[in-house]
Design a protein around this ligand. Structure first.
Ligand code: IVH
Length: 669
């Protein structure tokens, strides 16, 4: 370990992973995606390698999570290990190469191929044919004794009378919930795996019984007098003994065959009755498995070939047209729900009219969907081979599906092209969908920022006829609200308080809150600076002097035309007037004598007695600008404790003046 900083970084990372382990394994309610979790673990392993440190308790050493206190602990006679992962063909080549090197032979390998069901594993101990203990995986060495809960699952035999059934055996397999059953409880859990885990580990077995869990058997742990030669033979015998096994189990003989089978599944898994996260390949010969043995965490004789964590195939059930705040018509594919990296995706954007027509995306098509990071899931391509013969081209609507108004595509004079997006020509609140989206924008964080009035609440209040225009928010009947399902006196009074608070709003936020196309927060600031106060702003828009705004550096034709179009609509115009009477809109005038007028600032390092956010606010209140990159345009870099050295060096090189916190204070007087 090279220094203290790295050690604290290491400990922090371990703490974070442990927190997510607890959420995932104990609470069955993860707060991050599988992909983000994998990235945290990768980061940890990298740090351990680079810094030559590894605590024996590091999560990189452990499998799963320690057993919950709700159940008695139970030692596994044979540890329940995890599988190493393969993501592509190279990983498979490597897997096979390692095996052949290990046994120092060039034999033809045969694989038992099994779907990797995304559930949670359990081990069932039968003695003299009777189920005597059912245990969860826990941390791989010690599990939780959940026999009674497991007994509620119909697929698990309580007694087995076959003559050849071993006197003492642990049958292992996966507990899961079918995708169709998950649909009924999807509001309570993030995905079927969490649903299975949550329900199986209920304190009260009667609670477990309420959710239809399934069990598929796939291996043994401890076994007395093993009479089997092949894994596939054992899988067949499991069926005879009365266990459910997967109908997709196969014996395959080459990596090429494995890849082909994997590709097929990758394209068809959305139609299976349960969630898979890959396929498991096991050396079929049990003797050879024994020779190969285990590394610290996983067997050498098996590997999980995972499905991609950021894309998947599914089928388009329907194509909906959504209408946005600015009237944009966005086609959205309703797809058969599919688990992409732990998140169930059932909608994918098709972007706009041009995109859907260019890619010729149709209802019923099988499509590849990408879901990476925070980007909205979207359709990447159509699998034309799967297209049905009778499918027809998608007809993009010419009228707005919400209000029936004409739609149009804007012509761009500079590019001499029509916009890819089709829009509803209604600019006001006459189009229901646009109106709802406008109200959502009005209350959003960067606009009026009304806590407790989220998007879902707006939709509900709309349905209940409580609101039709932004100004209706200020005359809500709180008595009625407190009687609604899910609302009480406390939440109602919190809402009332936030609404009252939101009445104090700056001119720029007010202009932004109107939701005029092309007027984002930056342009709203420019217009507020120019207008100085609400009175001037109202004068300009009512006397049709909007052209004046062209004098503002940064405001162009597109913004001017958009504002003209917006205020031509009577409703929009009235709303601004009504709101101006209800709200206390702060003028920019007061700030005109800002001490940092027109100078730009950037902060780095920890400041004394003041947070970075507060310092930025103070700078802006005094009419200084905050910028996020170092360039010739930056006037001052203010440095606190432990500043980022790279920024300081770059500032020096670029000729940016460097200020201490005290010097910045002096400027503010
Ligand atoms: S064999 C020593 N076979 O995958 C290996 N596991 O990462 C023991 N799983 O904990 C596991 N389907 O929850 C095996 N056909 C299958 C499987 C399977 C799903 C899960 C199981 C295990 C995890 C390993």
């Amino acid at each position: 370990m090279s220094n203290k900083l790295d050690l604290s970084k290491y400990n922090k990372l371990i703490k974070e992973i442990e927190k997510h382990n607890k959420l995932y394994y104990e609470k069955s309610s993860p707060k991050i995606s599988d992909r983000d979790y994998d990235n945290l673990k990768k980061k940890l392993i990298k740090l351990e390698k680079n810094e030559f440190i590894k605590k024996s308790s590091s999560p990189s050493n452990t499998v799963g999570y320690k057993p919950s206190k709700n159940f008695a602990k139970h030692n596994h006679r044979v540890p329940m290990l995890s599988l190493s992962n393969a993501f592509d063909y190279d990983d498979l080549l490597n897997f096979e190469k390692k095996i052949l090197n290990y046994i120092n032979d060039k034999i033809k390998l045969e694989y038992s191929v099994e779907p990797k069901i995304d559930g949670i594993s359990a081990s069932l101990n039968y003695k003299k044919g009777k189920l005597v203990a059912g245990v969860s995986r826990g941390d791989g060495k010690v599990g939780e004794l959940i026999t009674e809960n497991l007994k509620t699952i119909k697929d698990i035999p309580i007694e087995i009378k076959n003559k050849n059934f071993p006197q003492d055996i642990e049958i292992r397999g996966e507990v899961f919930i079918k995708r169709s059953d998950f649909q009924n409880i999807k509001d309570k859990f993030a995905n079927p795996r969490n649903a299975a885990s949550g329900s199986l580990r209920q304190k009260d077995p009667n609670e477990t019984k309420k959710i239809p869990l399934k069990f598929i058997a796939y291996t043994f742990g401890f076994i007395e007098k093993n009479q089997f030669r092949l894994q596939s033979e054992f899988l067949n015998e499991l069926k005879i003994w009365g266990f459910s096994t997967s109908k997709h189990n196969q014996v395959l003989k080459s990596l090429g065959e494995l890849k082909e089978y994997h590709d097929k599944f990758e394209k068809e898994r959305f139609d299976l009755e349960y969630d898979l996260d890959g396929l498991v390949y096991k050396i079929n010969d049990l003797k050879l498995q024994q020779r190969l043995g285990f590394t610290s965490n996983s067997p050498r004789w098996a590997i999980a070939h995972k499905f991609s964590a950021d894309n998947a195939y599914s089928q388009i059930l329907n194509i909906d047209i959504q209408v946005g705040r600015t009237g944009a018509l966005t086609p959205v594919a309703k797809i058969k729900p599919i688990n992409i990296g732990g998140v169930i995706v059932s909608n994918a954007t098709l972007h706009n009219e041009d995109e859907i027509l260019r890619k010729d995306i149709r209802k019923g098509d099988t499509v590849k969907i990408e879901r990476a990071g925070d980007v909205i899931p979207h359709v990447i391509e159509v699998d034309l081979k799967k297209r049905k013969k009778n499918s027809t081209r998608f007809q993009f609507p010419i009228k707005c599906p919400s209000c029936g108004s004409k739609t149009f595509k804007e012509y761009n004079l500079i590019t001499k092209k029509y916009d890819a997006v089709r829009r509803c020509s209604n600019e006001g609140f006459e189009c229901e969908k646009i109106a709802i989206e406008k109200i959502k924008h009005f209350i959003s964080k960067e606009a009026l920022n009304i806590d407790g009035l989220g998007k879902k609440v707006v939709e509900r209040f709309w349905e209940l006829n409580f609101i039709r225009f932004p100004q209706d928010i200020f005359k809500l009947d709180y008595n009625k609200i407190s009687k609604l399902d899910g609302w009480g006196n406390q939440s109602t009074s919190n809402l009332k308080y936030s609404i009252e608070q939101s009445k104090n709003v700056s001119l720029e936020k007010f202009i932004f809150s109107l939701g005029i196309r092309h007027i984002g927060i930056e342009n709203a600031k420019l217009i507020a600076d120019y207008s100085i106060n609400i009175k001037n702003f109202l004068d300009i828009i009512s006397e049709k002097k909007i052209n004046q705004f062209i004098n503002i550096d940064g405001i162009g034709e597109a913004q001017i035309n958009s504002m003209k179009h917006f205020f031509k609509n009577k409703n929009n115009f009235n709303i601004v007037y009504r709101l101006s009477n209800i709200l206390n809109i702060k003028s920019r005038e007061l700030n005109k004598k800002g001490k940092l007028n027109n100078q730009s600032f950037m902060f780095t390092g920890k400041l004394i007695d003041i947070s970075r956010a507060e310092a930025k606010n103070l700078t802006e209140q005094n009419l200084g600008n905050i910028v996020s990159t170092i360039s010739k345009k930056l006037d001052y870099l203010v440095i606190g404790e432990k500043p980022t050295q790279k920024k300081v060096e770059l500032a020096k090189k670029t000729g940016v003046k460097i200020l201490t916190q005290q010097e910045w204070n002096n400027l503010l007087d």
